[in-house]
Design a protein around this ligand. Structure first.
Ligand code: CP
Ligand code: NVA
Length: 314
């Protein structure tokens, strides 16, 4: 590995960022959002490759528009149409070649291990656009949204309900305890819906080091007095359709509805990374109601992608 590759920063997991770095990205995104025109040429002449193995609306559009608004260019590349997707080229060769043309790579993949292999073989920064394991860009932009709504992050309590063996949940667990936020995870007992044990260990350690509360409970009433109620799809992109009926019945108790919003309290906001299914993980009256901030949350993907791109590419 050459010296340049050793010094390169990637965004693969929030595990790799300090609390200070996470907060700096939120500050930078706020700054960019307030004076967008100042950054119109910030990445002039730079190219981002966007690899997609799974569907996307928000991640694809926000990265593409972010590059355009920063003066650069983004290329969408569907892995199904690539030699890698056809099993004719290795992840390693793909990454080595791409890095000869591009200034950064964003990849949405099934396997987090494949993402790590891309980064290990890339001479340009690699960004995780979602793997089965984690979704760091989503959580960074969610922190921007929470900061805007409450004017602070430290001391707030976020409760996550539903399928917690989940990329979004893992990224919250890596980030929140490090920046002074309290995190309650409410999910069915048992391995299938519980977070990855290695992430639980990491979150417990960060919470202890930073004096924050971190709990995992099978009782959805732990949402009491939360600032943020958060849920995600019960059918993440990688989950086969034939598991749907069983999962709906196992997760029903964790649906975010008006009773749980009431328990959280009047000041609480509802968040969801989207795509959402009304009547499953959340009821329509909650996601379309006055406490929901899901559209601001979706918009902030754009502002945070800009901060991430500038941090890694400038
Ligand atoms: N939240 C999110 O990542 O949405 P997409 O799957 O549409 O990119
Ligand atoms: N957990 C969801 C997040 C979608 C943005 C999934 O992986 O499909």
């Amino acid at each position: 590995m050459d010296q340049k590759m050793k010094e390169l920063r990637h965004l693969l997991s929030l595990k790799d960022l300090s609390g200070k770095e996470i907060l700096s990205l939120v500050d930078l995104a706020l700054k960019i959002k307030k004076s967008q025109s100042k950054y119109a040429k910030a990445l002039a002449g730079k190219n981002l490759l966007m690899f997609f193995e799974k569907p996307s609306l928000r991640t694809r559009l926000s990265f593409e528009v972010a590059m355009l608004q920063l003066g650069g260019h983004a290329i969408y590349y569907d892995l199904q149409g690539s030699p890698l997707g056809k099993g004719k080229e290795s992840v390693e060769d793909t990454a080595r070649v791409v890095a000869r043309y591009m200034d950064a790579i964003m990849a949405r993949l099934y396997s987090h291990e494949d993402l790590k292999k891309i980064a290990a073989n890339s001479r340009v920064p690699v960004i995780n656009g979602l793997t089965d394991f984690s979704h760091p860009c989503q959580i960074l932009s969610d922190l921007l949204t929470i900061r805007e709504k409450f004017g602070k992050l430290k001391g707030l309590k976020l409760s996550y309900l539903g399928d917690a063996n989940n990329n979004v949940t893992h990224s919250f667990m890596f980030a929140l305890p490090k920046i002074g936020m309290h995190l309650s995870i409410c999910c069915p007992p048992g391995k299938e819906f519980s977070p990855n044990p290695s992430v639980v260990e990491a979150a417990k350690k960060y919470a202890k080091d930073n004096g924050t509360k971190f709990i995992i409970s099978s009782n959805p009433e732990e949402v009491r007095d939360s600032d943020v109620l958060y849920t995600d799809s019960w059918m993440s992109y990688h989950i086969p359709k034939d598991q749907e009926a069983r999962r709906i019945s196992a997760l029903q108790k964790y649906q975010v509805n008006s009773r749980l919003m009431h328990l959280a309290g009047k000041k609480a906001v509802f968040m969801h990374c989207l795509p959402a299914e009304r009547g499953k993980e959340v009821t329509a009256d909650v996601i379309d109601g006055a406490q929901s901030i899901v559209l601001d949350e979706a918009e902030n993907r754009l502002h945070m992608q800009k901060a991430i791109l500038l941090w890694l590419m400038k």
